[in-house]
Design a protein around this ligand. Structure first.
Ligand code: PSU
Ligand code: MN
Length: 302
């Protein structure tokens, strides 16, 4: 085993016994939601995974180790502490060798999940191609990582803080299948619609598990993006969220926000300016993603 990997006893045992395991990220805890909702949500999401028959493995960097499976106390620390690094691939060697606390993004979580041989990873939204990327070149390492690492990602589609069309093009270039469950429209996180059709559609967890196994048996490297539309009752109307996104982008421009700070800034701005409505939608959709992820993980080992 890689000397930088530390797998909790529960997760290690589950993997050894070929039980379904679902990876979860930690940037969403430290940089994606305010305390204490972030901690409540992380623990609730783990419970949803359990209730649906799988073992949760929240991933983060602690004390120079890539930890797979956190305790409730560790999750509390990641939700509360102010000096937690947001760790994407390029930050991993620094944060690990400096023994810092690192919350892992989709890219870094995928890499660590893959080291532990976990195949299914659940999150809310992935990073992608930002609006204005033709000038800023701001394209998340989540996408390049999805092009090369064999861990499937369940999300609620692509958030419209990003350029959804360009993100779909980039995913196509990288050979990453994008499959939406249960509808023809590609979802945009807060909304079931995005204005784009989904490239692929499947209607069951079993069908998705089958497609994942087929992809990897063909030796096609990389992820599959599984888009799970938010439930109708939890949706925020697209026109409403778009207004807030435009204001957030303007505010980011005025404040001169750049690089890894862009995504957390936009998320925080939108949460603060929608009276928590977007936060409640975010919490609802990630729980729903956890259920689907557990179902797919169950089908993979069946
Ligand atoms: N989108 C969300 N919530 C999040 C993130 C993205 O709706 O919490 C986080 C994820 O951890 C994702 C990261 O991997 O932001 C992307 O950051 P960047 O754009 O800097 O690569
Ligand atoms: Mn970026």
């Amino acid at each position: 085993m890689n000397p930088f990997l530390k797998i909790s006893p529960e997760v290690a045992q589950a993997l050894q016994q070929n039980k379904p395991v679902v990876a979860l990220e930690s940037t969403i805890i430290s940089h994606g939601m305010p305390y204490p909702k972030n901690v409540e949500t992380a623990l609730a999401v783990e419970q949803v995974v359990r209730d649906n028959g799988a073992i949760p493995a929240t991933i983060a960097i602690i004390n120079g180790k890539c930890c797979v499976g956190l305790s409730a106390e560790e999750i509390e620390t990641f939700g509360k502490e102010k000096n937690v690094w947001k760790v994407s691939l390029r930050d991993m060697p620094y944060v690990i060798s400096q023994n810092l606390y690192g919350a892992t993004t989709v890219a870094a979580t995928m890499r660590i999940a893959s080291m532990a041989e976990i195949k299914i990873f659940v999150t809310g939204g992935i990073g992608g191609v930002h609006r204005g990327a033709e000038n800023s070149l701001d394209i998340s390492a989540d996408l390049t990582e999805m092009g090369q690492t064999n861990v499937a990602v369940v999300s609620a589609g692509v958030k419209s803080i990003l350029d959804i069309g360009l993100t779909l093009e980039y995913l196509e270039t990288k050979g990453i299948p994008v499959v939406t469950i249960g509808q023809d429209a590609f979802p945009s996180f807060y909304s079931r619609q995005s204005g784009f059709e989904t490239p692929l559609r499947l209607d069951t967890a079993k069908g998705i598990a089958n497609m994942l196994q087929t992809k990897w048996a063909l030796n096609l490297q990389g992820s599959v993006m599984i888009a799970n539309p938010i439930a109708e009752k939890d949706e925020v109307p697209q026109a409403e969220i778009e207004q807030h996104i435009l204001q957030a982008l303007t505010a980011a421009g005025i404040a001169g926000v750049k690089g890894k700070e862009v995504t957390p800034f936009l998320l925080q701005y939108i949460a603060q300016h929608t009276n928590g409505e977007s936060l409640e939608a975010n919490i609802a959709l990630i729980k729903q993603n956890a259920k689907l992820g557990a179902e797919i993980a169950m089908s993979m080992v069946a």
